[in-house]
Design a protein around this ligand. Sequence first.
Ligand code: GTP
Ligand code: MG
Length: 223
Amino acid sequence: MSEISLFEQMQNLISDDMLASIQRNTREFSRLMAYYRCALMEIETKFNVLNEEFSLQHDRNPISSIKGRLKSLPSIQEKLRRKNLPLSISSIEENLNDVAGVRVVCSFAEDVTTLAEALLKQDDIALIERKDYIAHPKANGYRSLHLIVSVPIFLENEKRIMKVEIQLRTIAMDFWASLEHQLRYKKDFAFTDDMARELTECARISAELDERMDALRKRIELE
Ligand code: GTP
Ligand code: MG
């Protein structure tokens, strides 16, 4: 019996038209993801430049880490389905703000504000949405500054405007959010009210830690 590849089996099952449409969509999806990767690079570079300049001026790094990520295809599909939105390439670009995401972890709380303002001042960046969960933490205690911005990417023959979600937070906020995420998504485990209260209390302690570290930094930098 001759071996027949999966591709050939699929070809036998679906029409030429449908196959061509799948191939076209796959190509378009890869292209869109490449654009988002370019947008991530632009935003990451902007923060690296700000970090460089700030460290020359102030003799310390305001950024502890910068991490970019692209949403996976399964997560994109899940979100579109959940929100009852069409599953198409144009729908991804129109409706999702967080296909490209950058997390900027800062040393001190004041650095979050300084960096966000410095980025938003740049004339190629447009602010689409701002959620300040630092001034207004979520009920569970989650703190971070979320920005949805648009940034241009320059291709061979065109300029494209891409959306990027930026999360700015301190090391303490990141520590809490990472552990809370791990605990919340622990498989087959029911989260009790008591545990939720304990997590919120930990968030309060982490906020106090940020305040005290920032106060200490001010005393040292004013010396
Ligand atoms: P999504 O549809 O889930 O993206 O919600 P949204 O569009 O209302 O966005 P929001 O700005 O509230 O949150 C977006 C992202 O922030 C999430 O995908 C998480 O990465 C992070 N986030 C928000 N809330 C929490 C939280 O309570 N805990 C943790 N660990 N992360 C959070
Ligand atoms: Mg999201």
